[in-house]
Design a protein around this ligand. Structure first.
Ligand SMILES: [Fe+2]
Ligand SMILES: [Fe+2]
Length: 313
């Protein structure tokens, strides 16, 4: 009864999107599109509907549902996200994304929960919580008033960019790969390089895909390269996706990044890995091929023409 009421409160398009998102027989890529449109609509009802789909049989969709809850940035998502983080039977990729989403919402009330999991036995979860704790503290301190290099993308990130005074690509790259620094400071250098948003800063960033110390860090580098959509990083992303020993969270982000860069080489690679043994990688290639098609389609031209909001992030 309650669910029916909440669906009816959404507009007609949202009702269709919720229907599509919750339809486990629909194509994964269609459910993805529905999810990202709902994310862009945002608000309490979208949070309710997205939360209701958690947990789905697709691990990949699950983590994206959690990601979108963080990006909508509403406190209403906190109970669901907290329950996911606490449940050690759930997958690493989902628990990581739930912790990151809690950090994105950035409420001081979440601090003690996040702190409890900073030493989680799953390394990716522990590191995500360490970053989230630092971000929430930063957000609620006077440091967050200091000017940073502005973000040209619409994402809420696990760390802010670095100071607006440092736009020196080689010094930022040095910080990026310096394992003596905290992950938070290396992330800040990463987001500075992303926000500079040039071919040169993308090449500097792609070196981070070689940092063997943290799979979480490498997956974030791949994600950020997907946002930048610079074709000069296709070889590095292809190499990481092709490395069967690489962590599946990293390979997943590389696949999606290649989908959004959407060149002919990207198409070839994604076709090659769409039958990968790992389900998350396989499904990522399926979604990435849909992103690639979208990037090259007439709809994208319309979107650019009318400058409407972004469909897939
Ligand atoms: Fe992630
Ligand atoms: Fe992801």
């Amino acid at each position: 009864q309650e669910n029916t009421t909440s669906i009816l409160n959404l507009g007609n398009i949202s009702v269709l999107l919720c229907f599509l998102l919750s339809n486990t027989n629909a194509k994964l890529s269609d459910r993805y599109r529905a999810l990202f449109m709902l994310k862009n609509i945002g608000g309490k009802d979208a949070v309710t509907e997205i939360s209701r789909c958690l947990v789905d049989k697709s691990e990949l969709l699950n983590h994206e549902l959690a990601y979108c809850l963080g990006q909508i940035n509403s406190d209403h998502a906190l109970p669901k996200l907290s329950a996911i983080l606490k449940n050690k039977n759930l997958s690493t990729i989902l628990r990581h994304e739930a912790a990151e989403a809690i950090g994105a919402i950035g409420s001081l009330e979440s601090l003690s929960l996040l702190q409890d999991y900073t030493a989680d036995p799953v390394r990716e979860v522990a590191e995500t919580c360490q970053l989230a704790v630092t971000r929430v503290k930063w957000l609620n301190s006077s440091d967050s008033k200091e000017p940073v290099i502005p973000n040209p993308f619409s994402s809420i990130d696990p760390a802010p960019a670095g100071s607006a005074d440092n736009r020196n690509i080689s010094s930022l790259q040095e910080m990026l790969v310096n394992t003596e620094l905290s992950l938070f400071d290396r992330y800040r250098a990463m987001f500075s390089l992303r926000n500079i948003n040039s071919n040169e800063s993308a090449t500097a960033l792609a070196v981070g895909l070689q940092c063997s110390d943290s799979a979480l860090f490498r997956h974030e580098v791949a994600y950020v390269l997907g946002q930048m959509q610079k074709s000069n990083t296709v070889p590095q992303l292809t190499a990481s996706l092709s490395d069967l020993h690489e962590n599946c969270m990293v390979r997943h982000e590389c696949a999606e990044a290649l989908g959004s860069i959407a060149t002919g080489d990207c198409l070839k690679t994604l076709e090659e890995f769409k039958r990968d043994e790992n389900t998350v990688v396989r499904e990522s290639c399926e979604v990435a091929l849909d992103m690639l098609e979208y990037e090259n389609s007439i709809y994208k031209c319309y979107r650019t023409m009318f400058n409407s909001s972004c469909l897939i992030t």
